[in-house]
Write a protein that binds this ligand. Structure first.
Ligand code: ADP
Ligand code: MG
Length: 260
């Protein structure tokens, strides 16, 4: 048995099945007791190896994605945000839109769950073994501008173009100057019809020219590519961050404030 295990270990190494030797060692005796056929035993070992490999790949992708927090769809309270359709989000969670290189744009005021949904869908993408990268618009612009100065622009640009899903959070939080706008255009147009983008913004499309310091042309060019194969979810609801404060009476509802 020991010699057999050694030979299995060598073959498993050549085939890059690193867990097979341990699985065989752990399950062989048990398989005899359970009177498994050879084929059933082989099946159990290979299925277990595939599951371990899947889990490891998903963990690596999760680490590489650089999510700022862990937010999941299970934690998202659809009852609180009736504007967000559970059915639509469930369909997005299948990641078929990432396979098709389509985009998703989440619009809405602060605190309505844009970042939460973007991260949760990003985590789903890593579970589907799709390479994902999370960034904010500000961080991406700084990183690309720095890389240009350092002479490593094309490599850095590739890091934003290569992942199957790129999440750009907080577009419009700070206005972009014309140099930053053209960097964003570069990323969006390089990914066009090749890789998905999830983009979040607190600005409505009508306000986008403002975000691009009044440059309607670049705003339109970016939107054009984003929306050609893109879905928009405009969340109009209330801020989740403020809900408990409102309930406790610390803050007044803006609507009641207006009325009084
Ligand atoms: P936004 O990006 O739209 O400003 P966030 O996604 O950062 O808002 O949400 C603010 C906080 O409220 C986060 O901690 C988030 O997890 C939580 N949150 C927002 N909406 C919901 C929701 N519908 N269910 C559960 N948590 C939510
Ligand atoms: Mg946010």
């Amino acid at each position: 048995m020991n010699l057999t295990l050694e030979r299995i270990a060598l073959a498993a190494e050549r085939l890059r099945l690193p867990d097979v030797p341990a699985l065989v060692a752990a399950q062989a005796e048990e398989a005899v007791k359970r009177e498994l056929s050879y084929a059933q035993f082989l099946e159990e070992v290979l299925v277990a190896q595939a599951e371990v490999a899947d889990r490891r790949a998903a963990d690596t992708l999760l680490r590489l994605a650089g999510f700022p927090q862990k937010k999941t769809l299970e934690e998202f309270d659809f009852a609180f945000q009736p504007g967000v359709s559970r059915k639509q989000v469930k369909e997005l969670a299948s990641c078929a839109f990432v396979e098709r290189a389509e985009n998703l744009i989440l619009l809405g005021p602060p605190g309505v769950g844009k970042t939460h949904l973007a991260i949760a869908l990003g985590i789903e993408a890593t579970r589907h073994r799709l390479q994902t990268k999370f960034t904010t618009a500000a961080r991406m612009m700084t990183s690309l501008a720095e890389a240009r100065t350092a002479g490593t622009f094309s490599r850095r640009l590739t890091s934003y173009v290569r992942p199957r899903l790129l999440i750009i959070d907080e577009v419009g939080f700070l206005p972009l100057d014309s140099d930053q706008a053209s960097l964003l255009f570069e990323v969006v147009s390089r990914r066009y019809e090749r890789g998905s983008i999830i983009l979040t913004s607190n600005k409505s499309y009508g306000e986008w020219a403002e975000v691009f310091s009044g440059d309607q042309i670049i705003a339109t060019a970016i939107l054009d590519r984003l929306l050609h194969h893109g879905t928009t979810i405009a969340i109009k609801g209330e801020s989740y961050r403020l809900k408990d404060k409102k309930r406790a009476g610390v803050m007044q509802d803006p609507k009641t404030e207006e009325e009084s």
